[in-house]
Design a binder for this molecule. Structure first.
Ligand SMILES: [Zn+2]
Length: 96
């Protein structure tokens, strides 16, 4: 099972939120890699988890670091997975 890719765009809800978006030095698309569906954009290589029943889990989405003051390690991404049998969820974190 693979969901179609839906890129997520940040829409800051306040001036404080607007201030944490963006990187001074990180290049490329860092900060704009959040999405639902598609394939994980692995930073360190594939690492799909299994649920407690041993089923391979389905990729649901990924959450990118947002900016210099809201950065996970070295511009890391949290990958979210769900088992479509038992609905257990797991996340995997990778960083540069
Ligand atoms: Zn399961």
């Amino acid at each position: 099972m693979k969901y179609p890719e839906l890129p997520l765009k940040l829409s800051p809800a306040s001036n404080e939120a607007r201030d944490v978006v963006g990187f001074k030095y990180a290049g490329g698309n860092v900060g704009q890699r959040s999405k639902l569906g598609g394939d994980p954009d692995w930073i360190q290589g594939e690492d799909v988890p299994g649920c407690t029943s041993g089923n391979v889990m389905t990729f649901y989405g990924q959450l990118d670091s947002a900016g210099d003051s809201m950065c996970l390690a070295d511009c890391g991404i949290i990958y979210v997975f769900i088992c479509l049998g038992c609905y257990e969820t797991r996340s995997v974190f990778q960083s540069n």
